[in-house]
Design a protein around this ligand. Structure first.
Ligand SMILES: [Fe+2]
Ligand SMILES: [Fe+2]
Length: 162
């Protein structure tokens, strides 16, 4: 696992890295998901790394709050499961509609491969809330929306510092 220690929000909620790895094992080792290592999310961070950070922080927080941390972690690991580069200037309107479009693409990609429950699907589909107007249906989904923004901000901030 890539070093994500510096991007953790919660470190004292009795998280277990072994349990975390077990929860996401089939997802993290799937070749289609591993391909996200080749996709850049925020300049020097891969999309795989970003999903891993969101998933691990989600795992820690949801476990602490006694929520369905298994579904939350798995949904978080798949929340950005798409391959295109939203910065690609050759694709018309790519940047403009990316925020609204990629959750549905990620959900379709995920359901093509994995058998997802309603919480996992909601997490993927609503993770851009409040930009996408439909409210998340589960507390776990709200956690992922917040953690995603936290991780993305940290990744961007690190780039600005560099
Ligand atoms: Fe996203
Ligand atoms: Fe994300």
């Amino acid at each position: 696992m890539e070093n994500i220690k510096h991007d953790l929000i919660v470190v004292d909620s009795e998280p277990s890295i072994l349990e975390f790895k077990e929860i996401i094992k089939d997802i993290a080792k799937n070749p289609n998901v591993l391909a996200l290592k080749e996709r850049v999310q925020h300049k020097n961070r891969s999309r795989y790394y970003h999903c891993l950070c969101v998933a691990y922080n989600t795992y820690c927080i949801c476990k602490k709050l006694k929520l369905d941390y298994i579904s939350a972690t798995r949904g978080a690991m798949l929340h950005d499961f798409y391959y295109y580069d939203w910065r690609d200037k050759n694709v018309e309107d790519q940047k403009k509609f990316h925020a609204f479009r990629h959750p549905r693409i990620a959900l379709n990609n995920a359901t093509d491969i994995f058998d997802l429950n309603n919480i996992e699907k909601d997490i993927i589909l609503k993770h851009m809330w409040p930009l996408t107007l439909r409210f998340p249906a589960y507390r776990e989904s709200y956690i992922v929306t917040l953690v995603d923004k936290y991780c993305a901000t940290r990744e961007l901030f690190k780039n600005f510092k560099k």
